[in-house]
Design a binder for this molecule. Structure first.
Ligand SMILES: [Zn+2]
Ligand SMILES: [Zn+2]
Length: 284
């Protein structure tokens, strides 16, 4: 996979600024962050040397060589000091003063906390924990920083078919950030996209990634006419929700970006008592 996916995200964020003015501020911030991520992704072959450690079986966070990348974390902190909303900018200032050992610790802490038990080899028995709580600013910075690295490693892995319905990423163990419906035959097939490495894996249409509920009456979805290609999938057993982007209705959508832009759906879901499976990079 090339840098093209980063360009597609940046372009989509710019398009959506005019379509969803209520999300403009967040989308502009995201576009700047994604530009940083694209550049970091492009520089990784050089930064990591010619043979990044990519094992065919290990989960990605085992393979991170964070120390080689710490100068780039300083760059991210400088950027977010300039462009991030208040609390994130303040956290960037404070973290910048603590220096590289603290940065490395924050990044490794993030990896540890996001890893969940591998779920390969059958339907997951352990439901995913939810990431609905507000994410502390330092963790958010570590997440932004690690995404290009995790995607870089994931892009160099041989994709493997996974049996069952893993509710967390088969490659790195992190939670899904958004669902996708892709055209298949006369209908659509569902997949999930990993919050960390961007890997997309096939998922059942009616199945709750948080608690494993699969009885149809308990699983529902809602959408709004003005953003019909984005729907809110809810589970009435564990009261968790996540969004799915329907590419059969809007082929131009870029799932991780359209997810960020559709704030009214988050408001609707929370007003109806649902918690998000995984909050996004904008904290929504
Ligand atoms: Zn992943
Ligand atoms: Zn559930």
């Amino acid at each position: 996979m090339s840098q093209g996916k980063w360009d597609a995200r940046i372009r989509r964020a710019s398009e959506l600024v005019s379509i969803h003015p209520y999300a403009a501020e967040g989308l502009r911030f995201y576009a700047r962050v994604a530009t940083f991520q694209r550049n970091l992704y492009a520089d990784l072959p050089q930064a990591l040397g010619s043979s990044p450690q990519v094992s065919p079986t290990g989960l990605l966070p085992d393979q991170l060589q964070v120390s080689k990348l710490l100068p780039r974390f300083a760059e991210l902190l400088a950027l977010t000091q300039q462009i991030a909303p208040g609390p994130l900018a303040q956290a960037s200032v404070a973290l910048a003063q603590k220096g590289p050992p603290a940065w490395q610790q924050r990044i490794e802490d993030f990896c540890q906390s996001e890893r969940t038990a591998p779920t390969a080899g059958g339907a997951s028995r352990e439901p995913a924990r939810t990431g609905s709580e507000a994410m502390p600013a330092e963790r958010l910075l570590a997440w932004i920083f690690l995404q290009p690295y995790a995607e870089y490693l994931a892009d160099r892995r041989v994709s493997r078919n996974v049996d069952g319905t893993p509710s967390t990423c088969p490659l790195c163990g992190a939670r899904p950030i958004v669902g996708v419906l892709r055209p298949e035959g006369d209908g659509a097939k569902k997949s999930l996209i990993c919050m960390l490495c961007g890997h997309e894996w096939t998922f059942r249409r009616i199945y709750c990634p948080a608690c494993g509920e699969h009885r149809e009456p308990q699983m529902a979805f809602y959408s709004a006419p003005e953003i019909a290609h984005v729907r809110v999938d809810v589970c009435d057993t564990c009261h968790t929700y996540s969004k799915s982007i329907d590419l059969t209705k809007m082929g131009l959508a870029v799932p991780v970006v359209d997810e960020l832009a559709t704030i009214p759906l988050d408001l609707w879901a929370r007003n109806h008592g649902y918690e998000k499976l995984q909050i996004n990079l904008l904290g929504a």
